[in-house]
Each structure stands twice: as structure tokens, then as C-alpha cells.
Design a protein around this ligand. Sequence first.
Ligand code: PLP
Length: 360
Amino acid sequence: MARVYNFSAGPAVLPEEVLKEAADEMLDYKGTGMSVMEMSHRSKAYQAIIDEAEADLRELMNIPDNYKVLFLQGGASQQFAMIPMNLMKNKVADYIVTGQWAKKAYQEAQIYGKANKIASSEDKTFSYIPDCSDLPISEDADYVYICENNTIYGTKFKTLPNTKGKTLVADVSSCFLSEPVDVTKYGVIYGGVQKNIGPAGVVIVIIREDLITEDTLPGTPTMLKYKIHADNGSMYNTPPAYGIYICGKVFKWIKKMGGLQAMKERNEAKAKVLYDFLDESKLFKGTVRKEDRSLMNVPFVTGNEELDAKFVKEATAAGFVNLKGHRTVGGMRASIYNAMPIEGVQKLVEFMKKFEEENA
Ligand SMILES: *Cc1c(COP(=O)(O)O)cnc(C)c1O
């Protein structure tokens, strides 16, 4: 068995320990004589799995009691619609557009009401986070929306925008559980789990209770109402049962590693290895303004497309896979999520140094 160093942006690397545990339990989950995949979601054994997953997530993120945790489906992209459908009481919302995912959310919201683009970094290919300390927040905005970590471009909000008292909604898909978070600063925190937490198919929504109401936009399908899922403990219908089980195992792994503060330190140490090298390299360059650099997604280029392609090809052959940049930006991108060990980044940098010497 040969495991590679997988720098995929998502679905992405998971802790090996978690995969092994899941393998051990594949045919017989704790004496039930069946796999979690084969289990009724109404069974006692499954209820214990989802309850424990929620309890562990609440402990990790220190989620206050007046927030609900929902395990949903439809990908992060479904939230682009679900958020306006449930939250747009005045039919007005402000969007900060810092990348493709924020842009898609902004475009989707326009179907349901007046979505205002109050800031953007599109002028420089989303390579920075705009100053959000004094934006023209709409008087009647139902919420202010951000994508906190921009997976494709490798930028991250280091300080949250000043929403002037309006509810903050954040897509944290690619920085979920990468560092401690103050949940009370948000109305909604959500993310697809396939970047940093688990297998594709689960979306976690952490939402303040007062935002969960019957008062949704006319025509909102039952399945897209937060209230239905909240009232039914994420079991209105069959939840993505196996995916939630793996997420639960990852929560336990993070707890064992020391929680979110430890994750942050580990992620900072890892990112530093790569960014320090990019800053001194004569061949490779980071593409993001330094103060806005993500700890999770690190895009870089050589400045020469042919050389980029050669690098990706040789890296792949050497066991460093999925380094090709997003199709809209080109170059390379190393996603170094929680489960990527520091050795993976150190070895990648050694490989980059060697490539630089050979191609000087
Ligand atoms: C991947 C990603 C999405 C899209 O997720 P899907 O689950 O494929 O809908 C949205 N936002 C961010 C920040 C992402 O990284």
C-alpha cells in the first residue's frame, strides 16, 4: 500500500487513523453485526453516533446553547439559496465578493431579493481581502455575507468585517476547524465538510436560534427550511448517515490532537514552511498579498506556464499529487488541510528546491 501526499482542495486528505478505524468497523460496527452504511438512521446505535458527533463539535468550537447544529446535504452550494430563502425577511442582503464561491452565493441571492455587492477584490484576481472596517452596509440588510477562506485564491479574512450590527453569515468550507472561532460573532457558520472534515455529502450549518423561523420566502421547499431540520434533529429525512459518522471520528481525532488551538499552531507551522520557501525562492512565487494568506490553500506560480505544467507532472510522479491550480487561475495550489502532516509540506518544499536547481 502506498499512500501519496494528497494536496487536493477537496475532497481532500483525511487523517489516516480515522480511515483505519472506519475500515476496522466496516463489517461490524461495535457488535451490531452491520456496517454504519447499512444501519437505520432511526436505530439507537445511529442516534448515539449523531448525538456524539454534535456534542464533540459543540465542545471543539465552544458553540453556545442558543445555536443549533444541523447536518444537511446539497453541498455548500445549496446554502447559497437556502440562506436567502430563510434569512431574507427584508429581501436585502450585502455580499463581500472575495472569490468564485462568494460570487456564486451573491449571484444566487439575486434570485430571491436585492443582493448588494458592498466590496470585492475581483480587480486583482481575488488576490487580497478588501478593507472591511467601514463598508456601506445597507440600513435594511438582513445579513452580511462572506466566504471566510477562499479555497481557489488562497486568501483568508484575518479580521471579520464590521457589519455595523447586522447578522454575519460565513461560508467556512475550507477553514472549518482549522483554528479557534468565536461563534457568537456569527449568525450562521456553514461549510461543506469535504475540504477539512470528512467525505463529500455533508454540510454543517451552525445557526443562531432566533434566525430559525417559519417566515421563509414564499415557495421555499420544505427540505430547504432550516426550521424543519432543526425541529427534527437533522433527521426530518434520512441524513447523510455514513458521512456524519466519519465527521464524528474526525472531531474525536481533533480533540485527541489537542483541539482547535493545537490545530491552529500545527497549521501555522505547516504553512510557514511553504510560505517561507516561496518568499525566498527565485523560481516560485506566492500569488496572494502576504497579510491575507490562507493557512489552508497556498497558490503559487513559476511565471511560466510550461514550467508550471512540468512541475505538476514531476511532482505527481514523485508522490505529491493534486497540485495543479484551479482551472480558472492556473499555476499550482497546495491545499494543506488539518490532516496533512508537516512532513508532507517539508518534503514538498525539498522537492520544489530540487526542481528549482534543475530548472534554473
Ligand atoms: C468547495 C467550496 C464550495 C462548494 O462546495 P460544494 O459542496 O461542492 O457545493 C463552496 N464554498 C467554498 C468556500 C468551497 O471551498
